[in-house]
Ligand binder design. Structure first.
Ligand SMILES: Cc1cc2nc3c(=O)[nH]c(=O)nc-3n(C[C@H](O)[C@H](O)[C@H](O)COP(=O)(O)O)c2cc1C
Length: 323
């Protein structure tokens, strides 16, 4: 039976489309994230790409890039077609430590295919999906799920979690918002507590952890085994170091402007090894410069930068002005 790997810390980096690229994940991992997760990837795309890449004697990891230094690293899949989910999982499993299945994405182009959070409404289908998926692969399968579709059915995750656990899923992350909520309102942490009380496998609490204090409070209030941080880690990979320090000692070190920019340059260095499009790198730059004094003016200039050299020049100039 596949077991979940040992984690480096209690705080995981959430899967985030356009943000959790391999360079940024590596920064999070080096800063003590217990687990990092790739952005969601379509099972259709994996199956199609694998064929194309195989014909060129290349591997699927040219499409879903990662490095050994990130481990443990989880790959997140989304889809509805069970045959394709199984096929895609078998393609990626040699490279990743965990196979995560997405039942949380609220984006219409995904829910319209009855994938992501829309699958909350399909208990029988989900049962078959997890039963077949868990049997098909040797790596542990985990689930990331939203609470429900709307406020009136915000506990749809409970029967789904039971189904997943029975099928052999090894860990469940709950983003304690409904599909309809998107990212608005507050995450309802009481739902994470309810999940923890109803399953025996590890529970990962997710939603609105912005600070080490939030992480501690979520663990205390819900009893969750791990916390998952998404937006709070954007431009802020050192939050994992701070959470670990805070959970251990009750205090943590702040980070200076120089250190923050230093992390961005490290990100750029790492990004050279991967096919990360420039617009994504620029978005990362925007995140890293949030909250810095003079940051809004800097971001205007970042927004106008045309390539990596231009971007580096703009930030170097900002740094010099600060000294
Ligand atoms: C830009 C962005 C991209 C995201 N992409 C994914 C994704 O690929 N897969 C997924 O399961 N969740 C995705 N999410 C949701 C996050 O993983 C997380 O559940 C959500 O942001 C709540 O956590 P937070 O309050 O710590 O940000 C995304 C969220 C954002 C803001």
């Amino acid at each position: 039976m596949s077991k979940i790997p040992g984690f480096k810390g209690k705080a995981f980096f959430a899967p985030m489309a356009g943000v959790s690229d391999p360079a940024f994940r590596l920064l999070c991992s080096e800063n003590g994230a217990g687990l990092v997760v790739t952005e969601l990837t379509s099972v259709h795309a994996i199956v199609a790409k694998e064929k194309e890449l195989r014909e060129q004697e290349r591997k699927i990891t040219d499409f879903i890039e990662y490095s050994e230094r990130e481990r443990p690293v989880s790959v997140q899949l989304f889809g509805n077609d069970i045959d394709l989910v199984v096929k895609a999982a078998k393609i990626v499993e040699p490279y990743f430590d965990v196979i995560d299945f997405n039942m949380g994405c609220p984006a219409p182009h995904i829910t319209n295919q009855m994938a992501g959070a829309a699958l909350l409404q399909e208990q029988e289908h989900v049962k078959e999906l997890f039963t077949r998926l868990v049997k098909a692969v040797d790596k542990p399968v985990t689930l990331k799920v939203r609470a429900g579709i709307s406020d009136s059915d915000k506990k749809m995750f409970l029967p789904i979690a039971k189904i997943a656990e029975e099928a052999g899923v090894k860990m469940i992350a709950l983003h304690a918002r409904t599909l309809k909520q998107g990212y608005s309102g507050e995450a309802d942490w009481s739902l994470i507590k309810e999940l923890k009380e109803n399953v025996s496998i590890p529970v990962v609490g997710n939603g609105d952890v912005w600070t080490p204090e939030d992480a501690k409070r979520m663990i205390e209030e819900t009893g969750c085994d791990y916390v998952m941080i998404g937006r709070g880690a954007m431009g802020n990979p050192f939050i994992f170091r701070q959470v670990n320090e805070y959970l251990e000692t009750g205090t943590y070190e702040d980070i200076s402007t120089d250190e923050k920019l230093g992390y961005f340059f490290k990100y750029l260095e790492y990004a050279k090894d991967y096919k990360i499009p420039f617009h994504a790198v620029r978005t990362q730059a925007m995140q890293f410069t949030k909250g810095l004094k003079g940051g809004s003016e800097l971001r205007l200039r970042i927004g106008k930068s045309r390539d990596k050299d231009d971007l580096v020049r703009v930030i170097e100039e900002f740094k010099k002005q600060k000294v």
